[in-house]
Every structure is written in C-alpha cells, then in structure tokens.
Design a binder for this molecule. Structure first.
Ligand SMILES: Cc1cc2nc3c(=O)[nH]c(=O)nc-3n(C[C@H](O)[C@H](O)[C@H](O)COP(=O)(O)O)c2cc1C
Length: 229
C-alpha cells in the first residue's frame, strides 16, 4: 500500500496473459456486497481500440481541466444533481471545454501500455443501500473498487503498475458502443497496466492524526501510542 503509486509511464516490456491471469486470480478475492461479484473485466490489447479509449479519456480530461481552471473541485459529488436536487447544469461550460486540449495533452502512454483493463459493474447484482437519502449514493461503488485496487496491488507484487481512472466515465456512452458493454453494466474504472518506467516514489498522504478521531467526528485525534513510537 505504501509503494503502489499511480503509474503513468511504462517501459516497452509486455504484460503477458500468464501474469495478467495471476493478477486477476488474486484480485478476485476482494470483499464485495453480498459476495455477488458483479464486476467484469474487458482486457484491451488492440492498438486501435486503445487509441480510441485514450481519445475518449482525453475528452473527459478536458472537462475535468475546465473545473480546475475555474478553481473548482471537478464534478464535486456534493453538487451532483442525482443527490442534492440542485440544478443539473454543470458549474462550467463543458461543451466549450471539450474544444480545449487538456493540459496533459494526449495520453500516448495509454496507447503504448501493454494492456488497458476496463472494469465494469453489473448494477443488477449490487446493492446501493444508501439510495433515497437526498445525496449521491456511494455504497454500490464499494462492491467494485476494492477489486480494482486489488488489481493494482497484485500488479505491484509482480513488478507491474498502473492507475485508476474515472474521467473516462464522461464518455461512457461511446465506450459502451466501442466495447459492446451491456446496458446493465456501468464503467467503474479503466486501469492502464504495464511495467513502471521509474522506481517507486515516496507517496504523500495525510497523517493518521489528520483524519481519525475518537468516538465522534469532532472527537480528539487518534495519535500514535507512546509504546509504538
Ligand atoms: C477514484 C479515482 C479516480 C482517479 N482518476 C484518475 C484519472 O482519471 N486519471 C489519472 O491519471 N489518475 C486518476 N486517479 C489516480 C489518482 O490521481 C492517484 O491515485 C492520486 O493522485 C495519488 O497518486 P499517488 O499514489 O501516485 O501518490 C484516480 C484515483 C482514484 C482513486
């Protein structure tokens, strides 16, 4: 966990099916609601398909960048119309944003990555127990993201790496047609995987004291006990 960064640069090394199979063979032991295992993985190696996915991803990135330019949290979940009852009009002009290339440029590394894993979730199999609460439902995602993270951890254990993406969801409709994804399945994430071009960097995260409190949300902070210092 401390040495599994988001990897966005890959060497030319292949990621053979034997290794990929082992990665998924470990990842499948992820926890998930009711153990209904609603995930599906589409293994994309075809270069033309990877290129189209990278194009769709970059379109999503353009929209994401528009929020950043406006000084906003991109697609802030608190603003999502599904949950808040607020206007569904986005805070930025997404149509205009799509004409401005994203700051990172075209993600060539996705086309060159040995494999793109498109992870979908079958909504008929998962429970969204936090629906009807007047906010964005979150729980259904918990039935697929532990699995997706397991993929990154299992890849790391074998000398490979990759990263989560979610902005591709902006183009889910196009992706559905491209990969013949059935209606009941939705895109959870797309993971480019390959051999990392750089050695692991030190990951920067908040200290435990910054996010854990005792007994109530505003309670005293959990600190490292003296004995374990
Ligand atoms: C839900 C989620 C969505 C993400 N979406 C993207 C994405 O669309 N593109 C991308 O390059 N990285 C994406 N990431 C990777 C994050 O940028 C990365 O996990 C975070 O910056 C920490 O990076 P580090 O582990 O290298 O420190 C996503 C991560 C998560 C968990």
């Amino acid at each position: 966990m401390r040495t599994t960064p988001a990897v966005r640069e890959f060497t030319d090394d292949p990621l053979p099916d034997e290794v990929l199979y082992e990665i998924l063979d470990d990842a499948r032991f992820a926890p998930n609601g009711g153990n209904r295992q609603g995930w599906h993985v589409i293994v994309v190696r075809d270069r033309a398909t990877k290129h189209r996915i990278a194009e769709l991803y970059e379109l999503g990135m353009r929209e994401y960048a528009a929020y950043l330019r406006a000084g906003l949290v991109p697609f802030a979940a608190s603003e999502a119309s599904e949950g808040s009852g607020k206007s569904s009009r986005p805070a930025v002009d997404l149509e205009a944003a799509r004409t401005i290339p994203s700051p990172g440029g075209f993600p060539d590394y996705m086309v060159d990555a040995p494999v793109l894993l498109v992870v979908t979730l079958d909504l008929t199999k998962v429970a969204a127990v936090d629906t009807g609460l007047g906010r964005l439902p979150l729980a259904a995602g918990a039935s697929v993201y532990p699995f997706a993270h397991n993929i990154l951890l299992a890849a790391r254990a074998r000398g490979f790496g990759g990263h989560f993406t979610t902005v591709l969801s902006r183009q889910e409709h196009e992706l559905r047609t491209l990969l013949a994804i059935p209606d009941e399945q939705v895109l959870a994430t797309m993971l480019p995987l390959g051999k990392p071009a750089r050695s692991v960097k030190r990951l920067r995260r908040l200290a435990v004291e910054e996010f854990a409190t005792l007994e109530t949300a505003g309670g005293p902070r959990l600190t490292r006990p003296e004995a374990s210092r």
